[in-house]
Design a binder for this molecule. Structure first.
Ligand SMILES: Nc1ncnc2c1ncn2[C@@H]1O[C@H](COP(=O)(O)OP(=O)(O)O)[C@@H](O)[C@H]1O
Ligand SMILES: Nc1ccn([C@@H]2O[C@H](COP(=O)(O)OP(=O)(O)O)[C@@H](O)[C@H]2O)c(=O)n1
Length: 218
């Protein structure tokens, strides 16, 4: 029996993780936060003080790293046994992830780690290329976005709530830079997957988006 997959792709701060976790819980399905895999590699690369242009060294770290995900109410991530959850959410980590995620060699190493999440009874997977590359046969594909201003404001509030120092104009610039890099890269760029349901959450509540997505699952 084929494991059903629901993918939610979109730019930073669109609400992918929030909505995906809630929908996975409602459906009783597994959840893949693919961004946390790239962010974990970014944490490992920064910890090893790697030159971010040294693709080979980054691939070696990607191949060797052991990741554990605990998808309770909040996602807990352990890298080689150490809890790195607090380091994952920073914009430094997000920006570093975006730089190394542009290398096709790195994406190839992380590909199977993502595919391994496809287990019964089902999988909700969020990221940039879930519906366009990793789970092309997904039963349902969603592209979730919002205006850059709204996404920056959401990310700013999110970081402040986490006790992470944040500056709205800087967050706005960083989100626009990351959007551009993710959309313009040659390999697995952020695009609207063919057949995807397009949702602009700029004026929607979290619950309204969750309801729209759950209603797509028959
Ligand atoms: N529709 C929405 N309206 C208001 N805030 C939202 C909405 N969707 C998500 N958020 C908030 O925006 C922040 C970023 O959401 P997140 O799920 O981390 O986005 P992404 O995974 O797309 O980067 C979180 O604090 C979340 O609670
Ligand atoms: N499937 C994915 C997920 C993330 N990424 C990269 O990892 C970065 C961080 O992803 P994320 O989903 O955690 O970022 P946010 O959308 O939460 O800000 C993105 O900006 C992408 O560059 C990717 O290339 N492919």
């Amino acid at each position: 029996m084929q494991t059903p997959v629901l993918t939610i792709d979109g730019p930073s701060g669109a609400g992918k993780g929030t909505v995906s976790r809630a929908v996975a819980k409602l459906l009783g399905w597994n959840y893949l936060d693919s961004g946390s895999i790239y962010r974990s590699l970014a944490v490992a690369a920064l910890k090893a003080d790697l030159d971010l242009s040294d693709i080979l060294a980054i691939c070696r770290v990607a191949e060797a790293m052991s990741l554990e995900f605990d998808c309770g109410d909040e996602l807990i991530v352990k890298l080689d046994g150490a809890d790195i959850t607090s380091q994952l959410g920073t914009e430094t980590t997000g920006n570093t992830a975006s730089i190394i995620a542009a290398y096709p060699e790195v994406r190839a190493v992380l590909f199977q780690k993502q595919k391994d999440f496809q287990r019964l009874p089902g999988l909700v997977a969020d990221g940039r290329d879930m519906g366009s590359v990793v789970f092309q046969d997904a039963k349902i594909k969603v592209y979730l976005t919002a205006s850059a201003e709204e996404r920056a404001l959401r990310r700013y509030k999110q970081l402040i709530e986490k006790g992470i120092d944040a500056n709205l104009p800087q967050i706005t610039r960083e989100i626009e830079e990351r959007d551009f890099r993710d959309q313009q890269r040659a390999t697995a760029p952020l695009t609207v997957p063919e057949g995807a349901h397009y949702i602009d959450s700029s004026s929607l509540t979290i619950q309204q988006v969750i309801d729209q997505v759950v209603n797509l699952v028959d």
